[in-house]
Write a protein of this length. Structure first.
Length: 354
C-alpha cells in the first residue's frame, strides 16, 4: 500500500460543514430553558443559580455541538467565544441590576427640592430635606484634592519619563505602584494622625481633601506617564535640534501633544475619589447644615451622607429613600465626569486626513 493511500485514510480535522449563524442563539435559548427546568426541578429558588446552570450548559452545549458538526479545532474556537460572552454577561448583568435598582428607588424623592435644600433641622427619620450641603461639600473637597494632586502627579510623571534615571526614579516608580493599591482607610488614618492628632488642626473638608489627594496622585502619575510615553521621540528630537531647551520642549511640545490623554486620566482619577467614604468619615466628620468653608469645622459629602442616612435611619423609609436618591446623584456625577473625559479624549485626538 502506498504512502498516499495511508495518508488519505487519516481522519481530517477540517470539515466542510459549519453551524448556521443563528446556532449560538438557539443553543443559548435551549440552555436557558434547560437551566430553568433543572433549577425548578432541584428546588432552587435563586434565579442566579439558574443563570449559572444555564451558562455552564451553554458552554458545554456549544463545544459538543460544534465538535460533532465542525470538528474539535473549530469547537475550541467556539468555546473560547462562548466563554467571552458568558464573562461579559456576568459583568454587565450585576452592573445593570445595580443601576436599575438605584434608579428605581432613587427617583422617589429625587427632584429640584431635594437638590437645593439641606437636612438642616429635619430629623433623619422624617421626610423632607435634601443633599445641597453634601453636594457643596463634595465639590469643594474633590476640587481641593484635584488642585493638590494634579500638579504633583503631572510633574512626577514628567520627571519619570523625561529625566528619571537611576535609583531615585526606580524608587519613585516603586512607591507610586504601592500607592496605587493603598486602601483608602490607610490614607485617612495617616492624615488623621498627622493633621488632626499631631498638628491639632481639627476636622474639616480640607483634611478630607488631603486624604483624597493621596489616593488621586498615583492614578494621575500612572495615566500621565503612559500618555507621555506615547509622544513620538521624533518630536522631541526635532525641537531639541532647533536649539530649544529641554524644559521648553516639554512645555510647548510634549505636554500639548498628550494633553487629551492627561485630561482624561485626571477626570477618571476625580471620578475614582468622588465616591470614597472612609477618609471622609474619619476626617470630615459630617454635618446636616451647610458649611461652605472647607477649612473650618465638619462638612458634609455625598458618600458620607449616604452612609449616615442608612446608619441613622432606625428603619425609616424616608431615610432609605434619601440614601438611594443621593446614591443616584453620585452615580450621575461620576457618569458626567466619565462622559466629559471621553469627550475631551475625542476632541483632542489627532485628526487623520485622507
Amino acid at each position: 500500500m502506498s504512502h498516499a493511500a495511508v495518508t488519505d485514510r487519516r481522519p481530517s480535522t477540517l470539515r466542510g460543514a459549519s453551524l448556521p449563524k443563528w446556532s449560538p442563539w438557539a443553543i443559548a435559548a435551549g440552555s436557558v430553558a434547560l437551566g430553568t427546568g433543572i433549577g425548578l426541578g432541584a428546588g432552587l429558588d435563586s434565579t442566579i443559580q439558574w443563570g449559572l446552570i444555564a451558562a455552564i450548559l451553554f458552554v458545554l452545549g456549544t463545544y459538543v455541538i460544534a465538535a460533532r458538526v465542525e470538528g474539535r479545532r473549530q469547537a475550541k474556537d467556539r468555546i473560547a467565544t462562548s466563554l467571552v460572552w458568558v464573562c461579559f454577561l456576568a459583568a454587565v448583568i450585576p452592573l445593570a441590576s445595580l443601576i436599575w435598582e438605584t434608579l428605581k428607588r432613587g427617583v422617589k424623592v429625587f427632584d429640584v427640592y431635594f437638590l437645593t435644600h439641606s437636612m438642616g433641622v429635619v430629623p433623619d427619620t422624617q421626610p423632607g430635606g435634601g443633599i445641597y450641603h453634601a453636594i457643596l461639600g463634595t465639590l469643594e473637597q474633590v476640587g481641593i484634592a484635584t488642585v493638590i494632586a494634579v500638579p504633583v502627579g503631572v510633574l512626577t510623571a514628567v520627571y519619570l519619563v523625561e529625566y528619571g534615571r537611576g535609583k531615585l526614579a526606580k524608587a519613585v516608580t516603586f512607591f507610586v505602584d504601592v500607592m496605587t493599591g493603598i486602601p483608602s482607610i490607610v490614607a485617612g488614618l495617616f492624615i488623621l494622625s498627622f493633621w488632626i492628632l499631631i498638628l491639632n488642626m481639627g476636622y474639616s473638608g480640607f483634611a478630607g481633601s488631603l486624604a483624597l489627594a493621596i489616593l488621586m496622585m498615583p492614578v494621575v502619575v500612572r495615566s500621565t506617564e503612559e500618555m507621555l510615553k506615547l509622544v513620538p521621540n521624533e518630536l522631541r528630537e526635532a525641537s531639541l535640534a532647533l536649539g530649544v531647551p529641554k524644559w521648553r520642549t516639554i512645555l510647548k511640545v510634549v505636554l500639548p501633544t498628550s494633553i487629551g490623554g492627561i485630561t482624561t486620566g485626571v477626570m477618571l482619577a476625580i471620578a475614582r475619589i468622588t465616591g470614597e467614604t472612609a477618609p471622609v468619615l474619619l476626617l470630615v466628620w459630617g454635618t446636616n447644615f451647610i458649611n461652605s468653608n472647607p477649612f473650618k469645622d465638619p462638612q458634609a459629602s455625598l458618600p458620607l451622607y449616604i452612609y449616615q442616612q442608612y446608619a441613622n435611619s432606625a428603619g425609616s423609609g424616608a431615610a432609605y429613600d434619601r440614601a438611594w436618591a443621593a446614591a443616584l446623584a453620585l452615580i450621575g456625577f461620576v457618569m458626567i465626569l466619565n462622559l466629559v473625559a471621553r469627550g475631551i479624549a475625542r476632541w483632542k485626538a489627532p485628526k487623520t486626513g485622507r
